[in-house]
Design a protein around this ligand. Sequence first.
Ligand code: S3P
Length: 444
Amino acid sequence: MHSSAPLPLRSARASGLTGRIRVPGDKSMSHRALMFGAVAIGETVIRGLLEAEDVINTARAMTALGAAAARGSDGVWRVQGVGVAGLTSPAAALDFGNSGTGVRLAMGLMATTPLTARCVGDASLSRRPMGRVTTPLAQFGARFETAEGGRLPLTLLGARDPVPITYTLPVASAQVKSAVLLAGLNTPGITTVIEPTPTRDHTERMLQGFGAKIAVTRVDGARHIALEGQHELKAQSLDVPGDPSSAAFPMVAALITEGSDIVIENILLNPTRTGLIDTLVEMGGDIVIENRRLAGGEDVGDLHVRHARLQGVRVPPERAPSMIDEYPILSVAASFAEGTTRMEGLEELRVKESDRLAAVEAGLQANGVSTRSGRDWLEVTGGGAPGGGTVVTHMDHRIAMSFLVMGLAARHATVVDDSRFIATSFPDFTGLLNGMGAKIAAAQ
Ligand code: S3P
């Protein structure tokens, strides 16, 4: 899928970004639209699907499981659903590439159907923990043969006679929550997930749209999500709005680059995803939400962003789930703020596409920014990044994009050692930023 040699990129100081742009569709919603379409009855139609490697791998996996997912010449995706009990053993291994969401949600979807599937991924994904989903899925009756440490590659043997479970999430993870709920779709009786800390709720919302029997209640501050299984889902027509986790890059680029004034249109503003916007506004960021509207049951709006002087803040741990993928780019923003920014509750960053806490800190230091850190916190000293460093991206798209954004406002250009993984979530990142006035080009 990737060219074999790393592709380093260099980002030099820009004199102001301008324009109206759109970023690709939301990644979380795109994976789910394909997967829920695969187990619905009838043809699900998806507009605005994110066409990036992670999601394409999910589309291929659904096709290999018997639910053909394909792009029409009109750019619209259609999935031929096979019903909640209809998935069948794939002929070859399912390759999820770099995507934790792809493999973990698909494991949930497959776990309660009597099929056998080998799941593989790239070196980054093969290092990430899978026990967080195999443990609850085994309680339904699924079996797993895994590599050392419960990791990929693994073989899943779906349960023939699944039993419903009640599961309290031991980590704040939408992927684990979703894997359990998806396993519940083909399980008789009621599967319940108890979520002490709320995480992104796309699975609950979208399953409701597909007609699932799902109910959310609050008990002593925790969310209880109950799903009654073995009811068929009805195919849907979906519009996927722009991904706030991708919009985060041009948003911070405009905030830190003098003279910038941009609009990012049609961004998903689900409150479980907007922690970065809240934090940047607290820091003094000039972000105005225009044209706020409801689309397909989700909040959507246009983000008008202008350059601003930022102040360091403390970002509390309870905000982490609503901006879990945004700490790398927030750290870049923090390096241009006045004063220190302290981020807490970051333990999950250790098990993302890379150890993001370590990768961000190393990247900041390579560019002359002072930092301090602990197991689950990071402090970034602001004042402006000197730049001039080369950042090791560790197969992590968000590390690559964050430090290319840093280069736009740093005194000296930044280099990222490998930009290939940007294609997992935001294939036209460089073209889109350069179209607004950035100077990102191949590094020698
Ligand atoms: C996602 C959940 C988050 C996030 C990931 C997408 C999802 O992971 O980091 O990029 O779509 O459910 P965790 O569930 O591991 O926190």
